[in-house]
Ligand binder design. Sequence first.
Ligand code: S3P
Length: 443
Amino acid sequence: MPPRPLLSRRSGALSGTVRVPGDKSISHRALMFGALALGETRIEGLLTGEDVLRTADALRALGAGIERQADGSWIARGRGVGGLAEPDRVLDMGNSGTAARLLMGLVATHPFTTIFTGDASLTKRPMARVTTPLSTMGASFVLRSGGRLPGAVVGTSMPVPISYRLPVASAQVKSAILLAGLNTPGRTTVIEPEPTRDHTERMLRHFGAEVVVEPTEDGALAATVTGEASLTARDLRVPSDPSSAAFPTVAALIRPGSVITLPGVGINPRRTGLYDTLIEMGADIAFTNRREEAGEPVADLVVRAGTLTGVEVPPERAPSMIDEYPILAIAAACAQGRTLMRGIGELRVKESDRLAMIVAGLQACGVAVEFGEDWLAVQGTGAPPRGGATVATAMDHRIAMSFLVLGSASDEPVRVDDGAFIDTSFPGFVTLMNGLGTAIGED
Ligand code: S3P
């Protein structure tokens, strides 16, 4: 893919109503559960970003019928739990850690071999976090050094249920194990000391599986799936992605006079840590027309610009906003005072080392930062940052979008070296943002 440099200039006030694309986490899962259910699942609002298209393609290679309809909805024709077939080609998951890790769980309890690879970002990311528990269920793995892709999963024909305590707060690891547990006799349990996004648990119930979530004696949460489950096709609508809505939200907050509306955004409490933090910083964000769609809470967001003040973000909030620290750092750079983010070591193993990329980008734009292995402090002055730099994005969509938002408020334009990866999660980002009033263009 050739690099796509983009330039963002300071804009006037943002205004308008825009629908942000579908939730990435929910979209991956909707296709996967549709592929396992008996019957035909119709999915409205599916994200058509590159990452989700990789999942669709992989599921086709595993024998499921996945089709996009002329009206934009998608149909999944499932093969039943345990009914996937050995793919006759390597599954290339592109940039997507979620696709790779969840599908590794899914095939771990199917009696065939699947070979996974990914792009230059994904093949640097750690996979041992899923292969370690999945090995104890009976699957075998051959990975490159450091537990990295490309690699092969040799699925087991005699899976063993496990009870596994997550050593890192990760919904991907939890979901990989629960997906493996679907085709395993008995009950498979994942214990999470810190609650992570629960889309897998909610959607499994929507498709008719038995999933129980209960507190443990030491204050953790145990999610248990009963295996050899039968999933029944169910229609669903994917809410707009709160992680994508975060970009227009922060852009509106930092441009005086802005008022925007974002309808149908997912407000699952395990995903809304950024919004809680912004409200603590003084942001005016209203959640109107609250409702539930396919087991997920949804609302229309109305965002009004205002003055933001630095805050301390507690480490226990990290799982509920893990993808939002890059854009929070931009809000913090435009706020008055210091914003301290602790317990964010996981940022170092995302699509890029996000902590390092945020630090480098903010420093290049004249923003004062301090940081350590798992923390970051951003010093805002209350005045717009200088900007005027080219920011390296390291194949990371959220770094690119975050710094384009910074450019919409900074004194001098901000250039990102490559905006091509934005399509992994937010196709149409530039058009949508410019429709609200930003000035982002090809460079
Ligand atoms: C995701 C979980 C998170 C998040 C990722 C999507 C998911 O990753 O960063 O973008 O869909 O389960 P971890 O589980 O590795 O924290």
